[in-house]
Design a protein around this ligand. Structure first.
Ligand code: SF4
Ligand code: SF4
Length: 394
């Protein structure tokens, strides 16, 4: 007997997609040119034509719970060929944005990150928090020294007896850096873990329902093995290189990805050097880890700058507030980091502290709102690609 599928359109979801840059979705007249253009469309499944039907009918569950929307890397080839200007690439980007909001908890925070009216709060709260801690660092060194002595810990991580050295730790204690960002990073990991558990369960159910896999259950050990196979492909940007229309996005995207990897390595090494080997910064410019930091910082500024330029130049491509927010934050992290360093080397103490203050606010935004911003696509796309590998997606 044929199974009946009861379509339950969600008008709110259609409105949400329109607000996220998918306002062309109703223009589609199902010609399937996009499925011919799409490099990831399987032979027997008209991707993304089928997704365009689901979007125009507001079939939220079908779209949000599909791993396929994450396999699309927004190459834009389908949008280029669409005779109706329905921009399927942009509609899928809107679906992915909606999926990030759907899976991240708390939902209110996810909505705030997508709302330009909330931006003053997103910037203002860390600005106040960091200003308070900077004030304590600079004005209450004696109190903090006594307080830390109670626990037998040294308060200051700045170079002692070397007043000519400008150290960011004199403006904002490294203890406060770590007491702010380590719990923040831990919270982000927990939020992602909970979101991904739901996400994996949903995409697996969807794949079973749509007969895209013959796997019955989720095997986490096998998933990890698939992850190991997928990571080199992500690092090499293999999918990006298949693009025609947006091919030039590959290099800046790669620069940003590798600079974040480089900066994560630098931060981890200096964390160990500080707390294990008790050697505070600033570190010599001749130090190879410092070279890596500087190269990664420059690559981040150039990569993010090129991404912004590409968005400004390409009037055809939809760029939403969510895109500008994350591009602005990533660029700010890079440029304020480099300016902090340059002002320090130029012996401009307070200028360096000013840039460092802005740098910390930008980093706070990047970290704290990672599960809700467009940056989360890195995690969801990696998971979906891993699942597709594991499930032998048909
Ligand atoms: S999105 Fe465009 S190309 Fe794809 S089926 Fe619809 S009208 Fe055709
Ligand atoms: S943007 Fe590229 S990958 Fe995504 S659906 Fe269109 S053609 Fe396929």
């Amino acid at each position: 007997m044929t199974q009946t599928y009861l379509a339950q359109p969600d008008l709110g979801f259609i409105a949400q997609l329109r607000g996220l840059g998918g306002d062309t979705l109703k223009k589609c007249y199902q010609c399937a040119s996009c499925s011919v253009a799409c490099p990831i469309a399987p032979e027997n499944s008209p991707f993304p034509r089928k997704e365009m039907i689901a979007a125009s009918w507001g079939l939220k569950d079908r779209l949000i719970k599909s791993a396929d929307i994450w396999l699309c890397h927004n190459c834009g080839d389908c949008t280029d060929l669409c005779p109706r200007g329905a921009a399927p690439g942009d509609v899928l980007a809107a679906v992915r944005s909606a999926a990030i909001t759907e899976y991240a908890q708390p939902r209110a925070l996810a909505k705030a990150v997508n709302d330009p009216k909330k931006l003053p709060w997103l910037l203002g709260i860390p600005a106040i928090w960091i200003a308070i801690l900077a004030y304590i660092t600079m004005a209450h060194e004696d109190v903090m020294t006594k307080l830390f002595n109670v626990f037998g810990i040294a308060w200051s991580h700045a170079h002692e007896g070397a007043e000519h050295v400008i150290a960011q730790a004199d403006f904002f204690s490294t203890w406060f850096v770590d007491l702010t960002f380590v719990p923040l990073a831990t919270a982000v990991v927990i939020i992602f873990a909970l979101s991904l558990k739901r996400f994996l369960t949903d995409i697996h159910e969807n794949a079973v329902m749509e007969k895209k896999t013959d796997k019955k259950n989720l095997d986490y050990k096998a998933l990890l093995q698939s992850l190991v196979q997928v990571i080199p492909r992500i690092l090499k940007h293999e999918k990006f290189n298949e693009c025609e229309t947006n091919k030039e996005r590959s290099t800046p995207h790669m620069m940003v990805l590798f600079s974040f990897i480089g900066l994560a390595i630098v931060t981890s090494i200096f964390f160990i050097v500080l707390y294990v080997f008790q050697t505070p910064g600033p570190y010599s410019q001749l130090n190879p880890v410092k070279w890596l930091a500087n190269i990664a910082g420059v690559a981040l500024v150039i990569g993010a700058g090129l991404m912004i330029k590409s968005r400004l130049d390409n009037k055809e491509q939809v760029t939403t507030y969510k895109d500008w927010y994350i591009l602005g934050i990533v660029f700010s992290v890079g440029i304020t980091g480099m300016l902090t360093e340059m002002a320090r080397l130029a012996h401009l103490e307070w200028t360096s502290y000013g840039f460092y203050y802005l740098h910390l606010i930008a980093i706070f935004n990047l970290f704290a709102f990672l599960p809700y911003s467009k940056m989360a696509h890195l995690v969801y796309r990696t998971t979906a690609m891993t699942y597709a590998e594991y499930a032998n997606r048909k």
